[in-house]
Write a protein of this length. Structure first.
Lengths: 690, 388
C-alpha cells in the first residue's frame, strides 16, 4: 500500500514536467513570432510593398544608320499610335468595356476578325445563355478551359451572322486588346491613325483604363532600295522576338512583342541599335489598380551606326551595275539569256572600309531589276584568271619559280586529259609579270605541276604527270592568306566561304585551281584578295561599320562617338615584299601596257589603275541541262602607289559568244565615278573654305 | 426520464467551462480566418465558413454523446477501435484517393475522410489502455518498464509506418508525440526516458552534422520531396520560386503583420493567392498577417490556457487511465500547434498538418473536438469518485 502511494505521488511530477515542456514550446513560438513580426516585420513589410510594385518597359526607337559622311540611310518615321497596357488580372469583361468605348474614337480594319473572335464577343454579351447550354455532364467532367471551348462551339453561325458595323469595330478593337500581356504596352492601332483619332483618344484617356495615345515609329529607308537589302529588316510587333531565340532575348531584357533586327546589319548590330527601354514603376493595389507611376529609368533610343559606305557613291555604283547589266542583256539577248546577276564591291584596301557593295539581279519572271547587294557576300562563282596574282605569289614563295623566270607558253597535254592552253594564242616566252599581263594559263599550269611534284620542263607531250594530291591543300593555304576560300571576317550575319572542288588524283584539276577554274569565291573574297595585294600583303577585315555614336535629341547632329572601328589586320602574307611587288607590277602591266589584257579599257586612266581580268568557264543549270557559259571577273585598285580604292566585279553566266565586256565597263565606270565624286567633294569643300 | 434529466444536469454541472470557452473562442477565430482566407479558393466567401460551422456542430453532438459514456468503458472499445483504425489505414494505402502527391483520403458518402486523423485518437486510447493494464498487473518495476516501453513502441510503430508511407510526415510525427507524452507519464523509470532522449538527440545531432558536412550522405536518407522541403525550409528566399515559395510567402505575410496586423481581409499575402493552402494548413498566415503579433499572441494564449486546463484536469483525476488519455491528447495538440505555427514562421520544416480548431477541414475539426470530449469526460466523471 505504501508502495502504491509513492507511485501516485510520482505522477504529478511527471505531469508537471510535461507542462513545463509545453510551456517551453509555447515560449519558443512566441519568441520566434516576436523575431518575425516585431524585429524583422519592417523588412518583410517593405518587401511586400516592393512586390506589388510592377514595372512597365516602354520601347524606344532604334538607332539611325548613316553613311560615312553622316548622310542618313535609315531613320525612324514617327507614327501616331494607340496602345493598351492592361493592369494585372484584367478580365475579359473589362476589356470589352474598354473596347466598346475605344471603338467610338478609332476605326479599325475589320477584315481580320474571325468567327472565333465573333463567338468570344457573343459569349461575353450572352454569358448566362451560353453557359446554360452546357449539359450537367459537361460541367462535371470538363475543366474550365474545355468548358469554354465547348461553349464557344455551341454558338451557332446564325448567332454571329448579323453583327452591325459598330459591333464589328468593337470586336476588332477587343481582338487587339486581348493580345496584350499585363503591364506591357500593346499597340492597338498604329497604321493610319489620323490626327483626329489621336486627339479624340488622348482627350478621353480617363475613361479608357490602360489605353494610351503615344507616338510609335517605323523604319524608313531614306535612299529607297539602294543598300536596303544589306541593311536588312526588323520584326513586326506581331512577330516579336523569334521563338527559337526566345530564351536568348528574354534574358537580355526584351519583351515578347519587341521588334528586333531579323536580318542584315539590323540583326548584326541589334545590341547597338536597340536602345534602353524606358522603365516605369507602377504602384498597384492588390487588385491591380495603378495608384502611382514614376519613371525609374529614362528611356534612350538606340545608338546610331555610322557606316563606311558612301551612300552617294553606293547609289552611283548601283546605277552603273544595273545599267551595264541591262546593256549586256540588250546587246545580245539570246546569247546572254542566262545572265541574271552583276556583282561589285568597292573597298578601301588600307582600312577595310567598304565603300559600296552592289548586286543587281534580273528577275526573269517579273522582268524587272532588283537590288540584291547581299549576293556579293552570299553567292560564290569560279572567277577565272583574276586570281592569278595569288597563284604567281604561291609559285614564288614555294620556290617553284624564281622572280623573272620565263616559261614558253605552249599547250600542255597530259595523258588521259584534254590539251590545256592559254586563251590567247601568241604569248610566247613569258616571265612572271608577262604571265599576269597577258594572262598566261600555261605559266600557272607549270606552277601547279611543280607544286604537285612534277618538275619536267617542257612537259613531254602526252606523258603522265607525277602528282601529289596534297598540293590542293598547299595551294589553298596560299589562297586562304588572301581571303580566298575562307571567311573574310565581315561584320554581317552571314557570308559564304565559297565551294571547294572535290580533290581527285588528277593533275588537270590542280591546274584548273591555279587559273580560278575549280574553287568558287564570293565577290567580297575577291575584293579582299586584291586589297591584300594592294596593301602590300596585309589582309584587313572588311567592315560596314565605322563608328557607333551616342544618340542625341538634335535631329541634325550626331552624338559623341561611343565606339569606333579601326583597321583590323587579319594576317600578313607570308611572302617576301619583293615577290608582292612582282605581282603588283604584273597587275600594272596588265592594265597600263599595250598588249595587257585590260589595256584597251584602262590604258588612258589618269588615276594609275592596276588589276587583273578573268574569264572562267561555267555551267548554268537550265532545268536538267547544264549549259556552257562564261563568268567574267575583274579585280583592281588605284592609285598604284597609294591605293585608296580596290574593287572586284563578278558577272556570272554570260553567253559563250558574248562580246560585251561588261566587267571592264563596270570596273572603269565605278572607278571613274569614285574619282569624280572625290574631286567634286574636294571642290565643294574648297568653295566652302573660300 | 427523470433519471436522464438528473444525469444531464450532473454532466452540465461538472463541465469544465474554461476549457469549453477556449474551444469556442478558437472556433470564432477560425471563422474569421477562414472567411478572410477563402478568397483564393472559392468565389463564395461563405462556402468554407458554413461547412466549417456544420462540422463544428457535428463535433458538438459527438462530444455531447461521448459525455454520457463513462470513460472507463472506453477501455473495452480501445482495441477494436485501434484495429479498425489500422484497417482503415491499410485500406487507404491500397484504395485511397490521391491528392497533391499524397494518398490520405477515402471518399465516403460524398465526404472525403482522412482516417489518419481518427487513428491519432484511437492510438491514444490504445496506449492508455495498455499502460493502464500493465501498471496494474506488473508490480515489479523492472519487468513493468520493459512491457510499457514495448507496448508503446509496438502500438505506435504500425500506424506511424502506414501514415509515413502515405506520405504524411506531419501526422506520423504526431503519433510519435503521442507515444512520447504517454511514455513520460506512464511511470516508466527516468533512466529509460533519459536513454531514449539521448538516442533521439544523438540521432538528430547526427542528421544535422550530416546535413552540414556530408550532404551527399544526408541526401540518401530522404526522398526527393522531403529534401526539397528541408531545403525550402532552411533557405525559403533562395528557393522562393519552387519549394520555398509557400514558406517565404507565409513568412513575409506574417512578418509584415508586425504588432497590430494589416486588418481583417487586408493582408497583402493572405489575399494575394501567393500562399497555397492558406485556408487549411497555412491558416496561421491570415491570423499573423491580418491581426499582427497581438492577434497571434492571443491565439497562442488561448491554446496555452486550453492545454493548461487539460493538465490541471489530469492532475485532479485520481485515475491513471484518465491521466494517460489526457497526456496523449496534450501531446497531440501541443505537437500540432507547435509544428503548424512553427512551420509558417520558419521554425519547423513544412508538413501537412492542420492547426487544431482553426484550420478548415472536417476530419481535423472533428478529431480535435473528440479529443476535447475525452478530456471533458475525464473531468465530468472524476468528481463522482471523490464521494465514493
Amino acid at each position: 500500500m505504501a508502495k502504491e502511494k509513492k507511485k501516485k505521488a510520482q505522477l504529478p511530477i511527471r505531469l508537471n514536467i510535461l507542462f513545463f515542456i509545453v510551456f517551453l514550446m509555447f515560449s519558443v513560438l512566441i519568441l520566434q513570432l516576436g523575431i518575425v513580426q516585431i524585429l524583422n516585420g519592417d523588412s518583410y513589410r517593405s518587401e511586400i510593398e516592393r512586390t506589388i510594385q510592377d514595372t512597365t518597359e516602354n520601347p524606344v526607337p532604334r538607332g539611325k544608320i548613316v553613311d560615312r559622311n553622316h548622310k542618313v540611310i535609315v531613320d525612324n518615321k514617327p507614327l501616331y499610335s494607340i496602345t493598351y497596357t492592361p493592369a494585372k488580372g484584367v478580365q475579359a469583361e473589362e476589356r470589352l468595356k474598354v473596347a466598346e468605348k475605344l471603338a467610338n474614337f478609332i476605326s479599325m480594319d475589320t477584315e481580320s476578325v474571325t468567327d472565333r473572335d465573333k463567338k468570344e464577343y457573343w459569349y461575353l454579351k450572352h454569358t448566362d445563355e451560353a453557359d446554360s447550354r452546357l449539359s450537367e455532364k459537361e460541367i462535371n467532367e470538363l475543366d474550365n478551359a474545355e468548358q469554354y471551348k465547348k461553349t464557344l462551339e455551341k454558338i451557332t453561325d446564325e448567332e454571329i451572322k448579323d453583327f452591325s458595323k459598330d459591333e464589328l469595330q468593337v470586336i476588332a478593337v477587343k481582338k487587339e486588346l486581348d493580345k496584350a500581356y499585363s503591364l506591357t504596352p500593346q499597340t492597338v492601332k498604329n497604321e493610319g491613325v489620323t490626327p483626329d483619332e489621336y486627339a479624340q483618344v488622348a482627350e478621353h484617356l480617363d475613361d479608357l483604363p490602360g489605353v494610351n495615345a503615344t507616338t510609335d515609329w517605323e523604319r524608313e529607308f531614306k535612299s529607297g532600295e539602294t543598300f536596303s537589302s544589306l541593311i536588312g529588316s526588323i520584326t513586326s510587333q506581331e512577330q516579336g522576338i523569334p521563338a527559337d531565340k526566345e530564351d536568348y532575348f528574354l534574358t537580355r531584357g526584351y519583351s515578347r512583342n519587341d521588334r528586333i533586327g531579323k536580318s542584315g546589319l539590323e540583326e548584326y548590330y541589334e545590341d547597338m541599335l536597340r536602345g534602353r527601354k524606358e522603365k516605369i514603376e507602377h504602384t498597384t493595389t492588390k487588385n491591380g489598380t495603378i495608384l502611382d507611376s514614376k519613371t525609374v529609368v529614362e528611356g534612350q533610343r538606340g545608338k546610331d551606326l555610322v557606316l563606311s559606305i558612301d551612300i552617294d557613291y553606293q547609289e552611283k555604283v548601283d546605277e552603273i551595275v544595273r545599267d551595264e547589266l541591262k546593256k549586256a542583256k540588250s546587246s545580245q539577248p539570246y546569247d546572254n539569256r542566262y545572265l541574271e546577276d552583276a556583282l561589285a564591291v568597292a573597298i578601301n584596301p588600307r582600312t577595310g572600309e567598304l565603300l559600296a557593295v552592289s548586286g543587281q539581279h534580273y528577275d526573269k519572271k517579273k522582268n524587272k531589276y532588283d537590288n540584291a547587294a547581299y549576293k556579293a557576300l552570299y553567292d560564290a562563282h569560279v572567277p577565272g584568271s583574276s586570281i592569278k596574282g595569288a597563284t604567281v605569289l604561291a609559285g614564288l614563295q614555294s620556290g617553284v619559280i624564281s622572280p623573272g623566270e620565263t616559261i614558253y607558253d605552249s599547250p600542255i597535254k597530259i595523258k588521259g586529259t584534254a590539251q590545256k592552253s592559254s586563251l590567247s594564242k601568241n604569248i610566247g616566252l613569258a616571265s612572271d609579270t608577262d604571265a599576269l599581263k597577258k594572262s598566261s594559263n600555261v605559266y600557272m599550269f607549270y606552277i601547279a605541276l611543280r607544286i604537285g611534284g612534277e618538275n619536267r620542263y617542257p612537259f613531254p607531250d602526252n606523258a603522265s604527270a607525277r602528282f601529289d594530291t596534297g598540293a590542293f591543300q598547299k595551294m589553298r593555304n596560299y589562297y586562304g592568306q588572301f581571303g580566298l576560300g575562307v571567311q573574310t571576317g565581315i561584320d554581317y550575319p552571314f557570308e559564304s566561304v565559297g565551294y571547294e572542288g572535290e580533290v581527285k588524283n588528277d593533275a588537270g584539276l590542280l591546274m584548273n585551281l591555279a587559273i580560278g577554274q575549280f574553287d568558287t569565291y564570293t565577290t567580297l573574297q575577291m575584293a579582299q584578295y586584291v586589297s591584300t595585294i594592294a596593301n602590300d600583303g596585309y589582309r584587313v577585315r572588311p567592315h560596314f561599320l565605322n563608328e557607333v555614336r551616342e544618340p542625341t535629341g538634335d535631329k541634325d547632329k550626331m552624338g559623341p562617338v561611343f565606339k569606333s572601328v579601326g583597321t583590323d589586320v587579319m594576317n600578313r602574307l607570308q611572302m617576301q615584299d619583293s615577290y608582292i611587288e612582282r605581282v603588283q607590277e604584273g597587275f600594272r602591266r596588265a592594265f597600263q601596257e599595250q598588249g595587257g589584257t585590260g589595256y584597251s579599257y584602262w590604258g588612258g586612266k589618269s588615276y594609275d589603275p592596276v588589276g587583273k581580268t578573268g574569264t572562267a568557264e561555267s555551267f548554268y543549270k537550265d532545268g536538267d541541262n547544264l549549259v556552257e557559259t562564261d563568268n567574267y571577273s575583274l579585280v583592281g585598285y588605284a592609285p598604284r602607289d597609294e591605293p585608296e580604292i580596290a574593287f572586284a566585279v563578278i558577272v556570272p553566266y554570260l553567253g559563250k559568244n558574248n562580246q560585251y565586256k561588261i566587267q571592264h565597263n563596270i570596273g572603269t565606270r565605278l572607278m571613274d565615278a569614285y574619282f569624280d565624286l572625290k574631286e567634286k567633294r574636294d571642290d565643294d569643300s574648297k568653295e566652302k573654305e573660300d | 426520464m427523470g433519471n436522464l434529466n438528473n444525469r444531464m444536469k450532473s454532466v452540465f454541472d461538472k463541465l469544465d467551462y474554461i476549457l469549453i470557452m477556449c474551444v469556442v473562442l478558437l472556433f470564432v477565430i477560425s471563422l474569421f480566418a477562414i472567411y478572410s482566407a477563402s478568397g483564393q479558393y472559392s468565389a463564395d466567401p461563405m462556402y468554407f465558413l458554413l461547412r466549417q460551422s456544420v462540422w463544428f456542430c457535428v463535433g458538438l453532438v459527438a462530444v455531447f454523446v461521448m459525455l454520457f459514456i463513462e470513460y472507463e468503458h472506453y477501455r473495452t472499445l480501445a482495441i477494436p477501435f485501434y484495429i479498425a483504425g489500422l484497417l482503415s489505414l491499410v485500406f487507404v494505402h491500397f484504395f485511397g484517393v490521391e491528392s497533391k502527391g499524397s494518398q490520405r483520403w477515402v471518399s465516403f458518402a460524398g465526404v472525403d475522410i482522412q482516417p489518419s486523423e481518427f487513428v491519432k485518437l484511437f492510438l491514444i486510447l490504445a496506449i492508455a489502455t495498455a499502460i493502464y493494464k500493465i501498471t496494474g498487473k506488473y508490480k515489479v518495476k523492472k519487468k513493468r518498464n520493459l512491457y510499457i516501453l514495448g507496448s508503446i513502441f509496438i502500438l505506435s510503430i504500425v500506424p506511424f509506418y502506414f501514415i509515413f508511407e502515405q506520405p504524411d510526415l506531419g501526422t506520423a510525427l504526431v503519433t510519435v508525440a503521442i507515444a512520447a507524452t504517454t511514455l513520460l507519464v506512464s511511470g516508466i523509470s527516468f533512466i529509460y526516458i533519459a536513454i531514449i532522449a539521448a538516442v533521439v538527440v544523438a540521432f538528430l545531432g547526427m542528421l544535422v552534422w550530416l546535413f552540414m558536412y556530408k550532404p551527399e550522405i544526408f541526401d540518401l536518407f530522404f526522398k526527393d520531396h522531403q529534401l526539397a522541403r528541408i531545403y525550402g525550409w532552411l533557405q525559403p528566399e533562395f528557393y522562393s520560386n519552387t519549394f520555398g515559395y509557400q514558406l517565404s510567402g507565409a513568412r513575409m505575410g506574417i512578418g509584415s503583420g508586425e504588432l497590430f496586423g494589416s486588418g481583417f481581409q487586408n493582408g497583402s499575402m493572405a489575399q494575394s493567392g501567393r500562399v497555397p493552402e492558406i485556408h487549411t494548413d497555412f491558416i496561421f498566415t491570415v491570423i499573423g498577417e491580418e491581426f499582427g503579433f497581438l492577434g497571434a499572441a492571443i491565439l497562442l494564449v488561448i491554446y496555452f490556457i486550453m492545454i493548461y486546463r487539460m493538465i490541471i484536469i489530469a492532475l485532479n483525476c485520481k485515475d491513471r487511465f484518465g491521466m494517460y488519455m489526457i497526456a496523449g491528447v496534450v501531446g497531440l495538440f501541443t505537437f500540432q500547434i507547435f509544428q503548424n505555427i512553427g512551420m509558417t514562421i520558419g521554425l519547423m520544416p513544412i508538413t501537412g498538418l492542420t492547426l487544431p480548431f482553426v484550420s478548415y477541414g472536417g476530419s481535423s475539426l472533428l478529431t480535435s473536438m473528440i479529443g476535447i470530449g475525452l478530456v471533458l469526460n475525464v473531468h465530468v466523471h472524476t468528481k463522482e469518485y471523490m464521494f465514493e
